[in-house]
Design a protein around this ligand. Structure first.
Ligand SMILES: Nc1ncnc2c1ncn2[C@@H]1O[C@H](COP(=O)(O)OP(=O)(O)O)[C@@H](O)[C@H]1O
Ligand SMILES: O=C(OP(=O)(O)O)[C@H](O)COP(=O)(O)O
Length: 396
């Protein structure tokens, strides 16, 4: 695997695909700078070597050419703050203006190009557009894990113009290593915690990881498809009735592969989907009509504690309950604390997927995990066993 470590950037121009698709508030302030901070080591390696870093990213999903609200100009001051140095912003990604700025750049400079998606060619994976980007640099570095599942001009197509001079940045390499550590570990036991809303959105992940894990903890909304399939009463909890057979199949497959499945034992149930709901704690398979399970109960958490504590490798994808509502956040918080404790005792913990990462951040658990992925969709596709085009293009 060719990484940025293998290159010296002295007097080299590097085009660096980063994922600076960060959330902005109504005044265009960056509300979470994680992805910028995560790209810093790569950018600094290039500039410290005496090279020029030409950063390129998308922001949001503009569909009709340039639009002020999607301009990367809004994040320039944050990038400067994170890097602690001046960043030259160019209001285009290809063309004469960009070429002039690049030609005048000095070793150690950082240039940020305008939102790549202002050109429809980016998402189409247009070769001409990719070539124009490629012409700006001597080396291509991909550090955009969050966008590695997109076969776009800047993430994938551009790599073909650098048969030798292409590599992974530190962040992308670390993301790949973290997943590899979970899916191909020699240490045991390996535990996957899968929560979230639906079985259907996690099924490919479950099928892909069953061969690689010892324990599978199931929580969140998908619990009820399993419980109903096993004959329990789930009241008005969310369920996918067309996936009941699939749930039983998963249970059988897990048995055959010696994977222990841990379903919730008890549930916090509510009479409506609200923080003001009336609640009770009941056995998971005895939920009365008119009530829905929104978080795992205390017996469940007690039972999960030792499983987490004895795990050497933990993958966490998906919250255990509706953590967005305080009343139903305790399961997710407690699980996060168990994982944090295990991590402090030497376990490797990887958190990935959109909402689980949001939960970990919301509850201040991020620094206590071994690794929190910067990718949502990209991470899920890797867990599904897919080869991401952005990664494949560097390995080619
Ligand atoms: N018991 C439940 N009933 C309904 N929704 C739930 C339940 N438990 C968790 N959820 C919801 O699942 C959502 C997260 O699911 P998902 O998108 O699959 O997770 P991730 O993005 O981490 O992969 C959260 O919004 C959460 O509120
Ligand atoms: O934020 C992103 O994806 P994510 O929300 O799945 O983590 C990436 O920047 C990819 O963006 P896209 O889904 O518009 O291609």
């Amino acid at each position: 695997m060719k990484t940025i470590k293998d290159f010296n950037f002295k007097n080299q121009k590097a085009i660096v695909r980063v994922d600076f698709n960060v959330p902005l508030d109504a005044d265009f302030n960056v509300t979470d700078d994680n992805r910028i901070v995560a790209a810093k080591p790569t950018i600094e390696k290039i500039t410290n070597d005496g090279g020029i870093a030409i950063l390129m990213s998308h922001l949001g999903r503009p569909k009709n050419g340039p639009e002020d609200k999607f301009s990367l100009k809004h994040i320039v001051s944050k990038v400067e703050e994170v890097l602690g140095k001046k960043v030259t912003f160019v209001s285009d990604s290809v063309g004469a203006e960009v070429e002039a700025v690049v030609a005048n750049a000095q070793p150690g400079d950082v240039i940020l190009l305008e939102n790549l998606r202002f050109y429809a060619e980016e998402e189409k994976g247009d070769e001409n557009y990719a070539k124009q980007l490629a012409n700006l640099g001597d080396v291509y570095v991909n550090d955009a894990f969050g966008t590695a599942h997109r076969a776009h001009a800047s993430t994938t197509i551009v790599a073909q113009f650098f048969p030798e001079n292409k590599c992974f940045g530190f962040l992308l390499a670390k993301e790949i290593e973290s997943i590899d550590k979970v899916l191909n570990s020699s240490e045991k036991p390996v535990t996957a915690v899968l929560g979230g809303s639906k079985v259907s959105s996690k099924i490919t992940i479950i099928e892909n990881i069953l061969d690689k894990i010892d324990h599978m903890i199931i929580g969140g909304g998908m619990t009820f498809t399993f419980i109903k399939a096993l004959g329990g009463n789930i009241g008005n909890s969310i369920v996918e009735d067309d996936k009941l057979d699939l749930a039983l199949e998963i249970i059988e497959k897990a048995k055959a592969k010696n994977v222990q499945i841990h379903l919730p034992i008890d549930m916090i149930i509510a009479d409506r989907f609200s923080n003001d709901a009336n609640t009770q704690i009941v056995n998971v398979n005895e939920i009365p009509d008119g009530w829905q399970g929104l978080d795992v109960g205390p017996k469940t958490l007690e039972s999960l504690k030792p499983v987490i504590a004895e795990s050497k490798i933990i993958l966490w994808n998906g919250p255990l309950g509706v953590f967005e509502l305080e009343k139903f956040s305790q399961g997710t918080i407690s699980l996060g604390n168990f994982i944090a404790e295990a991590t402090a005792n030497g376990t490797f913990s990887l958190v990935g997927g959109g909402d689980s990462v949001a939960a970990v951040k919301q509850f201040g658990l991020e620094p206590k995990m071994s690794y929190v992925s910067t990718g949502g969709g990209a991470m899920l596709e890797m867990l599904e066993g897919k080869t991401l085009p952005g990664i494949a293009a560097i390995l080619k």
